[in-house]
Design a binder for this molecule. Sequence first.
Ligand code: G4P
Length: 191
Amino acid sequence: MQMLKEAILQKGRAINQDVLLVDSFLNHQVDVRLMREVGETFARRFQEGAFTRVVTIESSGIAPAAFTALALGLPLVVMKKQTSKIMTGDLLETTVRSFTKGTQYQLTVKREFLGEGDRVLLIDDFLASGEAAFGVLNLASQAGATVGGIGIVIEKAFQPGRKRLEDAGMDVYSLARVKSMTKDHIEFVDD
Ligand code: G4P
């Protein structure tokens, strides 16, 4: 997606070979016009998928997933990384480890928002090792739902997430696939 690649080249910054900072348009300040294009692009790609829900993980996946859900006319379910006293009832949970951030969290969703027969479109901001996506696959399986597609805004193609998800039978579609990066150069897979 050209508009996204231009934003990455103009406003993104590789802090090292592994981590791309995009907090001026995706992770902190959000370019909603760009996110609307992102959502509409995902919706065109996945419109024949017979999805019943769009799912994402808080927090940076919410903007692209919301515009995707709006364009597809579907509900959006945000999986939680932090629970609280008011999050009660029948909860589904799984542990997700983040290699990039060196942390782990309990990914949680209320059973009432993900159920038997649901067909899920997962939208997320980054794909690295695929751990977050496997967390969603786990919760979907616990709920009796299936994940029928995965839309990623920025894929780090030099990390193993795509291969692991494809090996698990997933349809993975990324809008920008970063092949490699250094402090002053970012290269995409199709360039
Ligand atoms: P994985 O799910 O594909 O295995 O990814 P990993 O655990 O390595 O990273 C998970 C978290 O790190 C996610 O944020 C993801 O967005 C973020 N992340 C991964 N690679 C990059 C990168 O190159 N740049 C930036 N900016 N973020 C990256 P999160 O913990 O879910 O946080 P958030 O959604 O609240 O922002």
